[in-house]
Ligand binder design. Sequence first.
Ligand SMILES: Cc1ncc(COP(=O)(O)O)c(C=O)c1O
Length: 398
Amino acid sequence: MRVPLLDLSGQYRVLAGTIRTQLDEVLASQHFILGPKIAAFEEAIRNYCGSPNAIGVSSGTDAFLAILMALDIGPGDAVITSAYSFFATGGCIARVGATPVFVDIDPDTYNISTTALERYLVEKCRWGEDGSLREPRGNIVRAIVPVHLYGLCCDMDAIQRISERFQLPVIEDAAQAIGAEYPSGGASTKAGAMGECGYFSFYPTKNLGAAGDAGMVICRDNAFAERLRSCRQHGMEQRYYHNFIGGNFRLDEMQAAILGAKLPFLDGWSAARRGVAEVYREEFRRLGLTDRLALPVEPYRDRGLKNHHIYHQFVIRTSRRDALREHLTAREIGTAIYYPLGLHEQKCFAYLCHQAGDFPETERAARETLALPIYPELRPDAQRYVAESIAEFFEQSR
Ligand SMILES: Cc1ncc(COP(=O)(O)O)c(C=O)c1O
């Protein structure tokens, strides 16, 4: 049996008619840039996320870049984020000329360790005479960027407390977590809507995927939203008058039309992914694999939330990851490693002078984690085949 890591064709078959109608409407209107489909999709995201502002942009990467540029973050500044994320999280910080500061992860959730974050701020950073917080190289710490990896929200209560203590705004990297909820008080808040701002990626493989690149920023403050709107058009406020430097970060009307058609299905897809995750758990239990593999944790499961985890990825861990992956590849089972290196280990960040062992949990996760196939249409028989192939691997290598 062949089990791909991801198969989007089932989803498209169901929605093909709706999506084509949407695209036909855009083509008939010939309104390709910042048209009504974008306005409608932004409104839908505002309502879905419970955020007063949503600004459609060209990708998740450009969303973060636009945020950093709109905040005027650049040389002499530092931004703190997780050492274990997709490259864009660290890359954008460096691209605006600021210094990325990495913090190790929690080994169970793979999200930023709030203990390590607080320790870094307390032990390594100092308040300057001008009231700014400076990291050891002298750069001013400007923001904290928690990444809700694999579709699970970070420990936002702790992050909010740290953000208040050190007066640092929180920019949520919710690229993998649209719709994921976090228990706050007796209620729930959605990923991206907890910090000063947050951003999503609609890369085709995401739970809500475009037919190409697309992204979105959500934010609380109306004035900041206006600045982001001009940032996505080269810092233009009045036509051809540029008050600051931005970029061409606009969301495409065609992509907005497709995403708008898909959004009503998102919660159903995320629920189906949770169902897939449950089947994996049952299979692993049945096959006696739970002491050989670490499975994803669900810290908010019993907190009355709809989307306590959206399972953008189902990631297991074993110290024999590479051999297991080889075994599964031979059985035509798609897997992926998100990510094989910590950000501090990337060659392009050598100038930060990190050493092996600086972020041990990140480095261990990079050696041990493996993402298994997960998508709403994945059938239980395919999952059984994946689980039995994993059991076979451990059986053979006993
Ligand atoms: C955690 C994280 N941050 C940022 C991004 C960047 O988004 P995009 O690929 O849309 O530029 C991604 C996309 O994969 C991501 O997973």
